[in-house]
Write a protein that binds this ligand. Sequence first.
Ligand code: CTP
Ligand code: CA
Length: 229
Amino acid sequence: LARGGLEADLAGRRVLITAGGTREDIDPVRYLGNRSSGRQGYALAATAVARGADVTLLSANVTLPDPAGADVRRVRSAVELQEAVLAESDKADVVVMAAAVADFRPAERAPGKIKKQAGSGPAPIELVENPDILAGLTRDRAHPGQLIVGFAAETDRVLEHGRQKLARKGCDLLVVNQVGGGKAFGTADNQAVVLGADGSATEIPHGPKEALADRVWDLVADRLTPRPR
Ligand code: CTP
Ligand code: CA
């Protein structure tokens, strides 16, 4: 049973949460995006507020109402999200990267709407890689006790890919969702396994995103260094 709501076990803790999905502009009217609704990140923010945390939510293109009590800032692209994360992460005791960050962006944003050229086919869109925000956070940890949580959506060999990703990203916890077949994206329910850098694996049964969020906070609370008295 999740402990959420029973105690303000995150009181005085500063948490930074990213939610939603980045948009990478092609021209003034078009972008590359993804299907992330932001619901899991918003559920994490709402449950953290309920458990007493001081919550900053960096929201990328989410249409949900702001969670009461969270400080919500809006960003659009991966580069904007990285800037906002870097401006806030020093203060944070916990950073949760629930946002779906585009791996690539167009090398250039066309200043005007791209027109189709009669006769010639479509021009290719050249892509460049976005910064890996999560890997950067764990590489340059703001302070030794800071806890960093990543999310991953995998369609197959979930545990194997999750373990590899946890190691590659260097985060303390990785919440691995199984996706595909209508699971997770845009739905209210979620199912996951949370892998720990300590070798732990915690299964979270299928249920509402709020329940998953509360279980994630349980695992975070267990790993936070005790508050000085
Ligand atoms: N992430 C990030 N910056 C990126 C890409 C991803 O911070 N440029 C974060 C996501 O917010 C998430 C975690 O990294 O918490 C894992 O994202 P995922 O897309 O699963 O990882 P990738 O390393 O991009 O691997 P893949 O090739 O599977 O997309
Ligand atoms: Ca990716």
